[in-house]
Design a protein around this ligand. Structure first.
Ligand SMILES: [Ca+2]
Ligand SMILES: [Ca+2]
Ligand SMILES: [Ca+2]
Length: 632
């Protein structure tokens, strides 16, 4: 995460003495990929004279952008003074009964362990058909050492716009320093279970079907005891019907011997003393746990050669980018190459991030990846990837080229320049206006409190982004036009989407460092028609994670994959939501299950939820609320 100037100095000069783009997949590139993984090399390069010029070339063109972008935005808003439009999203956090304060060490963020808190999940823990909310708390160094607990808060959805804190009886009694959350029904009993990541100790909670959970970590063997877990995700990589678990692990630091604030080359940002790392610190190895189907997991990290270079793992998503029916895995790494594990459909993976074009920036630099999500934003039938990065860097919009490779379209799509000075964390594709085209939400917020008040155009608290899909491969960033809630500055971390009130609209929730989360109710005035699909697997995993769904409406196809874990330390509504625009019916639905089973459903009216079971097809449909017809 440390600044791109350091990254530029460290990486760009190595790629070539004249800084051309190194072709992806070239042997030179791959050799550099391997070389760059070793911290010792960074020090050598840093010390080498004459390399700063190249680094400056690499970073300069883009560094000129933020000033231009913000200037033009400012002048536009100053001259136009449009009437205040109706807000698209309204902050209902307090009105909904959410009363939560995220603790994550000191407000000055003196140590790296104080910078990455804030996991959150939307999931239906009691199977009443309404999405509930789980908010993960952090800790402080003092409390952690003293054994003082900061368990998560579970909020039950009351169906009337409010939530009730049911934490006390939930049994979700995590004690330690927690960061992220993954949701999945690991035992296929039809009830969602909870995995909470933590510093040197994560925990799996089994859902007891009565509003309580039991800590089954020890039996399951997923304690992740020596790593600092951040994001995690359930996905069935071997298609045996049991959800496996991937845990992104970040940095290997000793809580009793944390690197002193501001001391050393990796503890500076633009000349300001800040918390140290992750560069200069030992990475923690990501872990993959195979579900044995009997309530236990086997750590297959070493066997399957997962993260051998111990990159700084932060974001993770399971997706089938080549649509071969076997789930692949993409990991956003901080200050190191991001990794794409191609599933060989034989129980193993080949890491192909560099060849596929998703390991580095388009000009060959390591980036500081934070959050990640996937949808088919241009409706060509293939899943694309969005990834957030550190400040002084563009975020990535990786377009799936259908041949195993991706092209970063952030620049042409209009998300690169505006995002440059921002530090992005949680990120979600979601069709907020039900137009039929996925839009993008990004939660922003820096990791260094010391940047606040500086003059170089990077803030600590930052406003989020709402990128509206213009249906032509481009996006328009409209957060400041969408009302006061998205115009404010936050220190954003997790971000998730859910149809919290079963209205056929996707709402938002994101977390805010050292503060309250933000629950945003979707109030888009002219929302399109919609379809929501809940999947129930039988031979496949019960959640249906990994199922590929293609719908056709008004002559257009939309493609999506079932999952809950993505973004940053987050879990979103697992029910697939499709915006339909003006279409009042869906002509066909095709579900390809991880088992290989294909279910086809014929014409259906819009504006309802369908429950589709593997091998049985459509088993129930419900216009979830009688007055849920879209406002036209
Ligand atoms: Ca519920
Ligand atoms: Ca379960
Ligand atoms: Ca499995």
């Amino acid at each position: 995460m440390r600044n791109v100037l350091i990254k530029g100095i460290l990486t760009a000069p190595l790629l070539s003495s004249v800084c051309p783009r190194v072709p992806r997949g070239s042997s030179v590139f791959q050799a550099l990929h391997r070389t760059l993984a070793r911290p010792i090399t960074f020090l050598i390069v840093l010390a080498a004279p004459g390399l700063l010029t190249c680094a400056a070339q690499s970073t300069h063109p883009a560094s000129a952008r933020p000033a231009t972008a913000s200037k033009s935005t400012a002048s536009k808003s100053a001259t136009k003074t449009p009437p205040a439009p109706k807000p698209l999203f309204v902050d209902v956090t307090r009105a909904a009964g959410i009363d939560f304060h995220l603790l994550c060490g000191s407000r000055d963020k003196l140590y790296i362990v104080e910078t990455q808190c804030g996991g959150a999940a939307a999931f239906d823990y009691d199977n009443d058909g309404w999405m509930d909310i789980l908010l993960i708390d952090g800790s402080s160094i003092e409390d952690y050492k003293a054994g003082k607990c900061h368990p998560p808060k579970l909020y039950h959805n009351n169906h009337d716009g409010t939530f009730t804190d049911v934490s006390a009886k939930s049994g979700l009694n995590f004690c330690g320093w927690s960061y992220g959350v993954a949701i999945g029904d690991y035992d296929n009993d039809g009830w969602e279970d909870v995995y909470i990541t933590g510093y040197h100790g994560s925990a799996l909670y089994h859902n007891n079907h009565d509003g309580t959970f039991t800590d089954v970590t020890a039996k399951a063997g997923v304690a992740n005891p020596t790593e600092w877990g951040t994001s995690a995700a359930f996905g069935d990589y071997d298609n045996d019907g049991h959800l496996d678990l991937f845990v992104a692990d970040y940095v290997d630091v000793d809580m009793n011997n944390l690197p002193p604030f501001g001391v050393g080359p990796f503890c500076q940002y633009r000349g300001i003393p800040v918390n140290c790392g992750p560069r200069g610190l030992k990475g923690a190895r990501d872990r993959l746990y195979h579900n044995n189907g009997d309530g236990t997991f086997t750590d297959v990290t070493e066997k399957l050669n997962i993260d051998p270079d111990r990159y700084y793992g932060l974001g993770v998503i399971w997706l089938d980018y080549d649509k071969d029916g076997c789930l692949d895995l993409y990991v956003a790494d901080d200050s190191s190459p991001s990794l794409l594990y191609h599933n060989n459909c034989k129980g193993g993976f080949d890491e192909v991030g560099a060849e596929a074009g998703v390991a580095y920036s388009s000009d060959g630099r390591e980036q500081a990846g934070m959050g990640v999500d996937s949808e088919d934003y241009d409706r060509d039938g293939w899943p694309d990837i969005v990834k957030t990065n550190f400040s002084d860097d563009t975020k990535n919009l990786y377009h799936n080229d259908h041949n195993g490779e991706f092209t970063d379209m952030a620049g042409p799509a209009g998300i690169a320049a505006i995002g440059y000075p921002f530090l992005g964390f949680g990120v979600k594709f979601f069709d907020y206006d039900n137009a039929g085209w996925p839009d993008i939400f990004m939660a922003n917020g820096h990791v260094d409190a010391q940047v606040e008040g500086q003059t170089f155009g990077v803030g600590y608290a930052e406003r989020p982004f709402l990128f509206h899909n213009l249906k032509n491969g481009k996006f328009e960033e409209i957060a400041e036009k969408s009302g006061p809630a998205l115009s404010k500055k936050y220190i954003g971390r997790a971000a998730l989407t859910a149809d919290f009130w079963n209205r056929g609209r996707l709402d938002l929730l994101f977390t805010n460092m050292d503060g309250s989360p933000v629950l945003l109710r979707n109030e888009v005035p002219s929302s399109g028609h919609w379809l929501r699909i809940k999947t129930i697997g039988h031979k496949s995993n019960r959640d249906g994670f990994g199922a590929q769904i293609e719908i056709t409406a008004a002559g257009f196809k939309q493609y999506s994959e079932v999952r809950t874990n993505s973004s940053f330390e987050s879990a979103s509504d697992p029910r697939l939501h499709f915006g339909l625009g003006d279409a009042t019916r869906i002509d066909s639905i095709v579900v390809r299950w991880p088992s290989g089973q294909i279910d086809r459903i014929g014409p259906q009216p819009a504006d309802q939820q369908l429950t589709i079971e593997e091998g049985r097809g459509l088993v129930s449909n419900s216009a979830s609320t009688p007055k849920s017809a879209p406002t036209r």
